[in-house]
Design a protein around this ligand. Structure first.
Ligand SMILES: *[C@@H]1O[C@H](CO)[C@@H](O)[C@H](O)[C@H]1NC(C)=O
Ligand SMILES: *[C@@H]1O[C@H](CO)[C@@H](O)[C@H](O)[C@H]1NC(C)=O
Length: 375
């Protein structure tokens, strides 16, 4: 006989599966602002008021993926032999990227308990996301449900599941899960201890066409001080407690293949996290930041032939307005880290403050949470 707990888990799993199967329906129901405005060329970005974009910077070439651009995989392609593809290519095949699709109306969160549980103590935070995003599908996924959901989404790429199962700590699994769910389904991921101050419909400046953007990220840290290395692993650190993405985005594809390969290597070696191999570097904001900069400098996606130099932290330090680079919007530090009272971040009532992160419900040990030290 099924125990009560198992019955609950299965019920939750089938509910999620049901919601995923209704995916196309969900995006058809999207609120008005997610509907496509008349198409405009992506490279007009520099003319958009309120967004800084240097026209001399490398131009974005969204023509990639033309082979995999077809969203509906034809039946005979299913039989294609994936065994000789690289992991990166398998992911591109499984979840192709199309910048012109809508941002899916999903909000993904993870926690030890669902909101239905008596032990769930992030009710206000969770409710703020639902209230700001009527019509969105909002899911709080527990560990047990995550395993089933990933089996469903990544069955054709077993090394992903092997890596997920091999990760020894909840913090690592939680980090990995956000990239996996956004790669497969897109939408918004946000840590359970975040408040939505403003709706995601307002995150991208109105002047920027949504069909030219596939990823929205914020700045976690911009430590303009000589001893920044004592506090942060990167001079500019992008945060991964809140991310908005379209499915298949190449940045997600890259981070998922990096974490998978590193995990399987560490599984063979038997050491997952040590003094030299921190969570921040393995699955957290450091590797996230590296992947994003590598994308900005990747000739597969950007025409860098006549650019003056690499895109680096210097391009984002001190920004006070959203900055568009290719198909990515980088929000200023105030947007996802308001109220930290340092590094130029403004307060919660600033019009650019979108998300408030409490650092309470993170899975991370105190030592991993740099900004938390100022709270
Ligand atoms: C530019 O960025 C790429 C990718 O991050 C890196 O491999 C390369 O070494 C960088 N070049 C310079 C001059 O910093
Ligand atoms: C980044 O900064 C470098 C050096 O100032 C500049 O040449 C490049 O065009 C900038 N790129 C972007 C995307 O802002």
């Amino acid at each position: 006989m099924l125990s009560f707990k198992r019955a609950i888990i299965f019920a939750a799993f089938f509910l999620v599966a049901f919601i995923l199967l209704r995916r196309s329906h969900a995006s058809a129901d999207e609120p008005e602002p997610f509907r496509k405005p008349p198409p405009k060329p992506a490279d007009l970005s520099s003319e958009h008021a309120g967004v800084s974009h240097d026209p001399s910077t490398p131009s974005y070439t969204p023509s990639e993926d033309s082979a995999t651009k077809d969203n509906t995989i034809p039946a005979q392609n299913v039989l294609q032999d994936m065994s000789k593809m690289s992991l990166y290519d398998k992911l591109a095949y499984q979840y192709p990227y199309d910048v012109e699709t809508k941002f899916p109306a999903y909000i993904w969160q993870t926690w030890k308990w669902t909101p239905a549980s008596g032990e769930f103590n992030f009710r206000d935070q969770e409710a703020s996301w639902s209230m700001q995003h009527p019509g969105f599908v909002h899911e709080v996924i527990t560990d047990q449900v995550a395993v089933h959901l990933l089996k469903l989404l990544y069955a054709p790429i077993p090394e992903i599941l092997e890596a997920y199962n091999a990760l020894p700590q909840p913090v690592l699994k939680a980090d990995f899960f956000r990239y996996l769910i956004l790669l497969a389904r897109g939408g918004i991921y946000s840590d359970i201890d975040t408040f939505a101050i403003r709706s995601a419909l307002e995150w991208i400046p109105e002047s920027v066409p949504k069909e030219s953007i596939g990823l929205v990220i914020g700045i976690e840290a911009d430590p303009d001080r000589p001893d920044w290395k004592d506090w942060y692993s990167r001079r500019i650190q992008f945060c991964q407690w809140t991310i908005q993405a379209k499915p298949g985005h190449p940045v997600l594809r890259d981070i998922v293949s990096r974490i998978t390969q590193e995990t399987l290597k560490r599984k063979r070696e038997g050491t997952f996290v040590s003094k030299e191999k921190s969570v921040v570097e393995f699955t957290g904001p450091a590797v996230w930041t590296d992947v994003i900069f590598d994308y900005f400098n990747d000739p597969r996606y950007f025409d860098i032939s006549n650019s003056q130099g690499n895109v680096s932290w210097a391009n984002f330090t001190g920004i006070e307005k959203p900055k568009k680079v290719g198909d990515v919007i980088v929000l200023p530090i105030t947007s996802f880290s308001p109220g930290v009272q340092q590094m130029g971040a403004k307060d919660y009532d600033d019009p650019m403050a979108f998300v408030k992160h409490d650092f309470e419900g993170t899975w991370k040990p105190e030592s991993e949470r740099h900004i938390g030290e100022t709270n």
